[in-house]
Ligand binder design. Structure first.
Ligand code: SAH
Length: 372
């Protein structure tokens, strides 16, 4: 069972506290000046003491941190409740700022056959705090790095090989729910995590992406949920051929693709302005979904949906039966889509040397830690 959130625990500990106290506590968590509840000097001392005793300041603790050779990707194995482990990734993005990839569950029940997390089964949902604290963990990490590097004496070789302090001073601008787990199978906690991020950080709605296998009941639910924020959505399609998709993703079924088209119609009707905020992800698997026939199916599908962005993802080998698309096949597939007028982008692969790339997030022991 998942632990209680700080918010739930706060209302049990202080049933008569005015609402602004809860807000103060939440604000403090995201403030750069406090390092623990004891520091929050605008709260009564007794309250601070109780909070220190009863609530974790950070709901995740780092077990190991790995650094990619290019120094642009970091992966952390973090423990929740002191023992269960999930992974979170920090990547330098195209804008020279940082993107955090968070996990939303311990393991995953979706069992996609090409995904490493899919093989580990499902343990439990993460709480909103455990999700948001993955972002806070990286905020602290960057802050520590920037202090460390700015205090190094100038002229040190380390500056050249590891980047200067300014690299680590730049802010976290994006959050993607693309780590372990299926976010929409943990709807309420993910929604609460979004609320916390949007209320207390400067990361905007269009800089947050929730990626889903496409749980249609949940996708429908968020359309009529006024508390679901207008974050970007990415649906993992991976094949527009029903049988292929069923083989790749056991959560799929006959009629899913039609259901997804119907959902997108409703989505665009409700949120015409969010059209460009919808992405379909497509992991490129050699001879499985990257042939001419599959491209044709995807083109037909994309045309049924209307203007939607297809994000082609290079497959990251996870020791399964699949192989990544041959460069020529990838190219031809992409061109076939472009010629047909489909908006298509290609995802950069980052951190594959530390098993931090998409679908490689599984707690494994065969990678050497760079920093602990
Ligand atoms: N459960 C969510 C988030 C999963 S990870 C979802 O399915 O969307 C984010 C993306 O990485 C998904 O599109 C997922 O299908 C993809 N992915 C999984 N394994 C991968 C692998 N080995 N190589 C490349 N992408 C992979």
């Amino acid at each position: 069972m998942s632990p209680m959130t700080r918010r739930q625990k706060f209302s049990i500990l202080f049933p008569n506290a005015p609402a602004f106290r809860l807000k103060q506590m939440e604000e403090a968590l995201f403030s750069s000046v406090f390092h623990g509840f004891a520091d929050v000097s605008n709260m009564p001392l007794a309250m601070r003491e109780t909070l220190t005793k009863e609530l974790p300041w950070l709901a995740v603790t780092a077990v190991q941190v790995f650094e990619s050779v290019k120094k642009d990707t970091f992966k952390a194995v973090v423990a929740v409740e002191g023992k269960k482990r999930v992974e979170t990734v920090l990547m330098k993005n195209a804008r020279g700022q940082w993107t955090v990839c968070v996990s939303s569950q311990i393991g995953c029940a979706m069992a996609c056959t090409f995904c490493a997390t899919g093989t580990m089964g499902f343990t439990r949902n993460l709480t909103a705090d455990e999700i948001v604290d993955q972002v806070r963990f990286w905020i602290y990490f960057l802050r520590k790095k920037s202090i460390l590097f700015s205090t190094l004496r100038p002229g040190l070789e380390e500056r050249d090989s590891r980047g200067g302090a300014e690299d680590f001073e730049s802010r976290i601008s994006n959050v993607v729910f693309m780590g372990m787990g299926e976010p929409l199978a943990n709807y309420e906690q993910v929604k609460e995590a979004l609320r916390l991020l949007l209320t207390y950080t400067d990361i905007g709605m269009t800089r947050i992406t929730v990626s889903t296998v496409g749980l249609l009941p949940m996708l429908r639910k968020l359309l009529s949920d006024p508390a679901w924020p207008a974050v970007r959505l990415a649906v993992s399609v991976h094949s527009a051929d029903s049988d292929t998709r069923k083989r790749l993703m056991p959560s799929s079924y006959d009629g899913f693709l039609d259901g997804l088209v119907a959902w997108t119609e409703e989505y665009f009707q409700k949120f015409e302005s969010r059209r460009r905020h919808l992405t379909f992800e497509y992991v490129m698997l050699s001879k499985i979904n990257d042939t001419q026939r599959h491209a044709e199916a995807l083109i037909r599908f994309a045309h049924r949906v209307g203007k939607v962005r297809i994000n082609l993802i290079p497959y990251n080998f996870t020791g399964s039966v699949y192989r990544d698309s041959l460069p020529g096949d990838f190219e031809r597939f992409q061109q076939q889509l472009e010629v047909a007028g489909v908006v298509v982008t290609r995802r950069r692969t980052m951190g594959d040397d530390i098993a931090a790339a998409c679908g490689q997030l599984i707690v494994e022991k065969n990678v050497t830690p760079a920093i602990v």
